[in-house]
Design a binder for this molecule. Structure first.
Ligand code: SF4
Ligand code: SF4
Ligand code: FES
Length: 351
C-alpha cells in the first residue's frame, strides 16, 4: 500500500507508514533532526523536525508522524525556522562551550546544527549543570553536561543491546543521563560495547581516549614503545579515512605506526591462529570425547564475553586463553632488540 501527498509543492508517493522525515528525504528535502537516528526508533524528544500542515497550520513532528494520503506539508518557512533556531539556542544555553577541546569536535551533530542555523553563541543565560565526568570503565566516557536528552543511548543500550545500563534521572530541566541506579558506569551492568557512544549525537558519551597517554610515551626518549594491532583494525580503520568499507590497510597501518614513533609493530594474527587451534582442540575433546560441557562458544569481542558472563547464568568463563597476544614484547623482543625491559611500553589497538 502506498500513500500520495505533497511536500513543499512536490507530489510524492511512498509506502504506507513512511514518516514525513523519510518521505521528505526521498525528494531531497532535508528536515533537520537531532534526536532521531536512522538506526533507531524515534524518541520525538527534541522538536527540531517540526513541519506544518498547509491547510490548517497545525505543526507536527516529522520524525514520528507517518505521511498520510492527501497531506500537503510545508517543511520550511520563517516561523518554522525560528522555532527550530530557538530550540537549538535553548540546548546551547545548557551546553558547555568546549567544542575546541571536545573529542567530538567537527564530528558532532549539535555543532553541525549550530552551524546550519548560524548560531555562534546563545543569547540566553548559559547555565551548564555541574555534573561529574564518569571515566570509570576506561572504555566509554560519560560527560552528562553535554547530554541533550535525545534518548538514543538509552534506546540502544536497553532495546538493542538488552543491557539496561543507562537511564534518565530526575525530571524536567533537571533531567540527566546516568547509569541506572545513579551508580558509576563501572559498577553498572555496562558491558562496554560502545553502542551508546556510536549513537550519541554530541560529546556526552564518547570512547575513552588513550591517545594523549600514548603520545606522551612516544615522545619520551627513555622509553622503547611497541604496538600490537588486532586483526579487525586493518579493515575497520579504513572508513574513518574515507576508504571503501572492507579495504585492507595492513601495510598503511604498519607504516603510519612506525612514522608515529613505535619501534616495532606486532600483529595479533599469530596469536589468533594459536587461539583457533586451541579452541578447535578443546571442541574436539568436548564433542568427541565428552570432556567438558557443550555448547562451546567463542568470541574475540570483550563486550560479548562480558555480556555472556553477566547475563547468561549457566555460561562459564572460557578455559581457553581470553587474550590471543603472543606477548613477545618484554621478554623475546627486548632480548632481540636489546631494549631494557623496564623501558618498554606497549599499546594494543583494537576496534
Ligand atoms: S557501552 Fe554498551 S552496555 Fe555500556 S552503557 Fe553503552 S550501550 Fe550500554
Ligand atoms: S548521552 Fe548522548 S545519546 Fe544519550 S541522551 Fe545524552 S545526548 Fe542523547
Ligand atoms: S528529530 Fe523529531 S523530535 Fe527530534
Amino acid at each position: 500500500m502506498t500513500v500520495k501527498a505533497i511536500i513543499n509543492g512536490i507530489p510524492i508517493e511512498v509506502a504506507e507508514g513512511t514518516s514525513i522525515l523519510e518521505a521528505a528525504k526521498k525528494v531531497s528535502i532535508k528536515i533537520p533532526a537531532l534526536c532521531k537516528h536512522p538506526d533507531l526508533d524515534h524518541t520525538a524528544a527534541c522538536g527540531i523536525c517540526i513541519v506544518r500542515i498547509k491547510a490548517t497550520g497545525r505543526t507536527l513532528r516529522a520524525c514520528c508522524t507517518p505521511l498520510e494520503n492527501g497531506m500537503d506539508i510545508v517543511t520550511h518557512d520563517p516561523e518554522i525556522v525560528n522555532v527550530r533556531r530557538g530550540i537549538v539556542e535553548m540546548i546551547m544555553s545548557k551546553h558547555p562551550n568546549e567544542c575546541v577541546t571536545c573529542s567530538r569536535n567537527q564530528n558532532c551533530e549539535l555543532q553541525t546544527m549550530c552551524a546550519d542555523f548560524n548560531i555562534e553563541r546563545s543569547d540566553l543565560d548559559n547555565i551548564v549543570p555541574d555534573l561529574p565526568l564518569d571515566e570509570t570503565t576506561r572504555a566509554v566516557t560519560l560527560d552528562p553536561r553535554k547530554c541533550i536528552s535525545c534518548g538514543r543511548c538509552i534506546q540502544v543500550c536497553q532495546k538493542d543491546q538488552n543491557v539496561w545500563a543507562l537511564t534518565f534521572m530526575e525530571r524536567g530541566i533537571e533531567t540527566r543521563i546516568a547509569p541506572a541506579g545513579d551508580i558509576s558506569l563501572a559498577e553498572s551492568p555496562c558491558v562496554k560495547c560502545g553502542q551508546c557512544s556510536a549513537h550519541c549525537p554530541t560529546g556526552a558519551i564518547v570512547e575513552y581516549d588513550e591517545g594523549p597517554d600514548v603520545w606522551q610515551k612516544l615522545m619520551d626518549p627513555e622509553l622503547h614503545c611497541v604496538v600490537q594491532i588486532a586483526p579487525a583494525v586493518r579493515v575497520a580503520i579504513g572508513e574513518a579515512f574515507g576508504f571503501k568499507p572492507g579495504t585492507n590497510l595492513t601495510g598503511k597501518i604498519y607504516a603510519a605506526l612506525r612514522r608515529m614513533g613505535f619501534k616495532a609493530v606486532f600483529d595479533t594474527n599469530f596469536g589468533a591462529d594459536l587461539t583457533i587451534l586451541e579452541e578447535g582442540t578443546e571442541f574436539v575433546e568436548r564433542f568427541a570425547h565428552g570432556k567438558g560441557e557443550l555448547p562451546l562458544i567463542t568470541s574475540c569481542c570483550p563486550a560479548w564475553v562480558d555480556f555472556m558472563e553477566k547475563y547468561s547464568a549457566p555460561c562459564r568463563r572460557p578455559t581457553t586463553p581470553r587474550r590471543s597476544r603472543p606477548t613477545p614484547r618484554r621478554s623475546t623482543w627486548s632480548r632481540s632488540c636489546r631494549a631494557r625491559p623496564k623501558s618498554m611500553r606497549s599499546s594494543a589497538t583494537t576496534t
